[in-house]
Design a protein around this ligand. Structure first.
Ligand code: 4AD
Ligand code: MG
Length: 459
């Protein structure tokens, strides 16, 4: 259909006083004696454009359905600029109802609870909030690609179906075509009957394949959906989420920390420039001071603390935490939040975690107790990046796989990388939704995914 995006009209002064055709959905409407107004939005921007209907030009029976909330219209008319030169009004000369709506349209009120909106994932994107969230999500994804391409990385596609559990946390969703079969007695037998003749699952991370690609292409990143059957029903965990995972050959833990910092700053700068109206909206509605926070992140250094020192900070905090604080135990959300929100008040890399609580592939430090791994924690959200230098020594990696009782045959190719031209290499995983929560101030992961998949919830 021939029409102009509302964003182009508002910004392009060339449209003032010109006749255009626009399309969109009615967000609000008002009917008075001689004129009626409809606020139209076509998704091209956060702002709405006011359509003015001179009642003398339209029959009542034609006009009334065009004022229904949620109706889709095509309108032709003259563009009117306001005193600031913004072209945010169109005087309709003709209009067509593309798709009607009625009083059962669920978005009748101005404001709805987030809980209610989650029950209508197919319509909530027509609210200002979700319209803004998903525009930022799109721009954020673009900014990630832009950062890596500008810096010489190759974008590689890691498989969704995999035979190994990268994180070793046993949170893999099974992929199977075999239904219930009472004759099958063992798991082995079951797997043999299955599609691949072996156990398979949805990937929890593209890292292991990313390492394969990085040890030939040098600098790569994967960016795609990952899946975890985590039983935790929290505002930060989704069963399906997107991860961007760079993997870099000839890079140690300090190098990768610099890369992660540059990436975060680069994508935030990009959003500050390209998503200003959306960020202003989130600042006003969801997190006061959001824009200042983001500018501060771009302009200042991130903190860095050893895990061992972080434990001391937490012990000396004078706080009573629900979960114990002890060297060797993982940091819980409440601990992460204390470090970021209260102690550092900015993003912090916690470095050198105990080996026992981290994944098998991480480089073992000379102390034998810790690994060259770091999590980037940010205020309000907690962990957004999991990062490490990878163990490049064949013997050490083999020992770790065996002592964790992992199936050696699943990791044979991975071990080969340490046999043939092994090099120091490092990488990280940034959770796209967690990053989106951080930059929008949205406090629940369910509200930054188009169609969220969490425990007991799939709509
Ligand atoms: O810390 P994680 O488990 O690290 C890895 O998967 C590594 N293989 C990454 C790598 O080195 N290539 O996960 C990385 C990030 C987390 O920091 C978090 O942002 C996000 O992925 N994440 C989740 N996001 C939403 N829901 C979940 N259930 C998540 N689990 C992890
Ligand atoms: Mg992690």
């Amino acid at each position: 259909m021939k029409h102009v995006d509302l964003k182009d009209i508002r910004q392009g002064k060339k449209y003032a006083d010109k006749t255009v055709t626009v399309c969109g959905w009615v967000r609000t409407s008002r009917d008075s004696k001689n004129v009626a107004f409809a606020e139209l939005n076509d998704g091209s921007e956060l702002a709405h454009t006011q359509i003015v209907f001179e009642k003398s030009l339209f029959d009542d029976g034609v006009l009334a359905p065009m004022l229904a909330l949620g109706a889709a219209l095509s309108v032709t008319g003259k563009v009117v600029a306001n005193t600031k030169g913004d072209c945010n009004e169109i005087l309709a000369s003709t209009a067509e109802l593309l798709g009607g709506s009625d009083s059962t349209y669920p978005l009748q009120k101005k404001r709805h609870t987030m809980e209610f909106l989650r029950t209508i994932p197919h319509l909530r994107v027509r609210t200002n909030t979700f319209n803004a969230v998903f525009r930022v999500r799109s721009e954020l994804s673009y900014a990630i690609h832009e950062f890596f391409h500008k810096n010489g990385y190759y974008y590689v596609h890691s498989p969704i179906i995999t035979g190994s559990d990268c994180e070793g946390a046993g949170e893999v969703f099974k992929v199977t075509t075999v239904g219930f079969d009472p004759t099958v007695k063992t798991e082995e037998e079951y797997n043999k009957k299955d599609f691949f003749g072996r156990g398979a699952g949805l990937t929890v991370s593209g890292q292991l394949e990313g390492e394969v690609m990085a040890t030939a292409l040098g600098k790569i990143y994967t960016f795609g959906p990952t899946f975890r059957a985590e039983n935790s029903n929290t505002p930060r965990h989704a069963a399906e989420f997107w991860q961007v995972e760079p993997e870099v050959a000839f890079a140690d833990i300090d190098d990768i920390i610099v890369i992660a910092t540059d990436m975060i700053k680069s994508i935030i700068s990009h959003l500050l420039e390209k998503c200003a109206p959306e960020l202003e909206f989130f600042d006003a509605r969801f997190e006061n001071g959001l824009i200042d926070k983001l500018k501060h992140v771009v302009g200042s250094d991130f903190a860095r603390i050893d895990y061992t020192d972080a434990i001391e900070v937490l012990k000396k905090s004078g706080r009573t935490f629900v979960y114990p604080v002890e060297w060797g135990l993982d940091l819980q959300t409440e601990h992460e939040r204390y470090l970021t929100d209260e102690y550092f008040k900015k993003p912090v890399f916690v470095v050198n975690y105990p080996r026992k609580i981290k994944s098998f592939y991480m480089k073992q430090n000379p102390d034998g107790k810790t690994v060259a791994a770091t999590d980037l924690l940010v205020p309000g959200v907690g962990e957004i990046i999991g990062c490490s230098e990878r163990e490049a020594d064949h013997g050490k990696l083999l020992g770790e796989i065996q002592s964790r009782g992992m199936k050696l045959s699943d990791y044979a190719n991975y071990l080969d990388l340490r046999k043939f031209g092994s090099v120091p290499h490092s990488g990280f995983g940034l959770g796209l939704e967690r990053m989106l929560m951080y930059v929008t101030g949205m406090s629940n992961i369910r509200d930054v995914v188009e169609f969220s998949r969490t425990k007991d919830d799939l709509k």
